[in-house]
Design a protein. Structure first.
Length: 315
């Protein structure tokens, strides 16, 4: 199968809504790059490991349901001892994960997870977490207004950027303490990825649009990737450098043309970031069947160089 055919197949799986003439759509998108064939080949290699399909997600969530003791880090023996929180204020990721969990529970002849009302453990689910800000935004009001005086919380993720756990856990503990409550937080993530696994350039390409964006945003100090590692997703250092440079340039072009990206000050060529240590963007390589994170390279999900492969459903 060619790269165009593989990418078209993923585009058709995205959100469960096949795109009319998806192969033409992929060819048009690749045509925006200087080296479309090499970009296509490397992107296919990355997505083979980083694209979370609907069927894969359903299987992983089924494994959650089958292994409450393992997933809860030994705290419960049955999900009947837990309450699954449905509290997300933005986006639809938590709702979609809960829907899929309910479908898996029904297939096993069990009651929906939303119907469980145990008080031993409170479970917050999501598909992907990168910065942890969505988790904090959702849980802070729940802790303040609804959580009991003392509670155990499980943050249950399909994919997550490693390193966010300590900060988020401490913030949740402080939020609870401010309300005279006690929070104990556990984490389970099916698959973590590191900063070194993301699109992270080892050099800055000579490009007018990129230079103009850096001048406009005052981006001077940039920490470049060092070494020749491929991370978990890339096929070789040479091909990684090529696709990182192509996505970086494409993202600068998008930012010059698309003025509807919000929050504007955090949007960078390689995706949204709140971290000053990643001024070009985080370059998250993960795409799921239901959405593309805004911390992924803009070239994948934002308009500006044509119709993107994985147009993002905004939060």
């Amino acid at each position: 199968m060619s790269a165009i055919e593989e990418l078209a197949a993923l585009v058709d799986q995205y959100r469960g809504a096949p795109v009319p003439n998806s192969r033409k759509h992929v060819r048009n998108w690749l045509g925006a790059f200087d080296e479309p064939d090499r970009v296509g080949d490397e992107l296919v290699h990355v997505l083979r490991s980083s694209f979370l399909t609907h069927d894969q997600a359903a299987k992983e969530l089924g494994d959650w349901l089958a292994n409450p003791k393992k997933v809860s880090r030994g705290l419960i023996d049955s999900w009947d001892e837990a309450t699954f929180l449905d509290i997300a204020e933005g986006g639809g990721s938590q709702r979609d994960v809960l829907d899929l969990l309910d479908e898996e529970a029904a297939a096993n002849g069990e009651e929906p997870v939303r119907a469980r009302s145990g008080e031993r453990l409170y479970v917050y689910v999501d598909d992907v977490s990168v910065h942890g800000m969505r988790i904090l935004k959702d849980l802070a009001p729940w802790i303040t207004h609804h959580a009991p005086a003392e509670f155990d919380l499980l943050i249950l993720l399909e994919r997550g950027l490693a390193g966010q756990e300590t900060y988020v856990t401490n913030q949740l503990k402080n939020q609870a303490r401010s309300c005279d409550k006690t929070a104990r937080t556990r984490w389970w993530c099916n698959q973590q990825f590191a900063r070194a696994d993301c699109y992270w350039p080892s050099e800055i390409p000579d490009n007018e649009e990129l230079a103009a964006w850096r001048k406009e945003m005052g981006v001077k100090e940039i920490t470049l990737r060092t070494g020749t590692g491929t991370g978990r997703f890339f096929s070789s250092n040479e091909k990684r450098r090529l696709i990182e440079a192509e996505f970086l340039i494409a993202g600068a072009k998008i930012l010059a043309k698309n003025h509807y990206l919000n929050p504007r000050k955090y949007m960078r060529p390689l995706g949204n970031t709140i971290w000053s240590t990643a001024p070009l963007g985080l370059g998250v390589p993960i795409v799921t069947w239901r959405n593309c994170p805004n911390s992924a390279p803009l070239a994948l999900w934002a308009e500006g160089i044509g119709m993107p492969l994985f147009p993002r459903r905004s939060n």
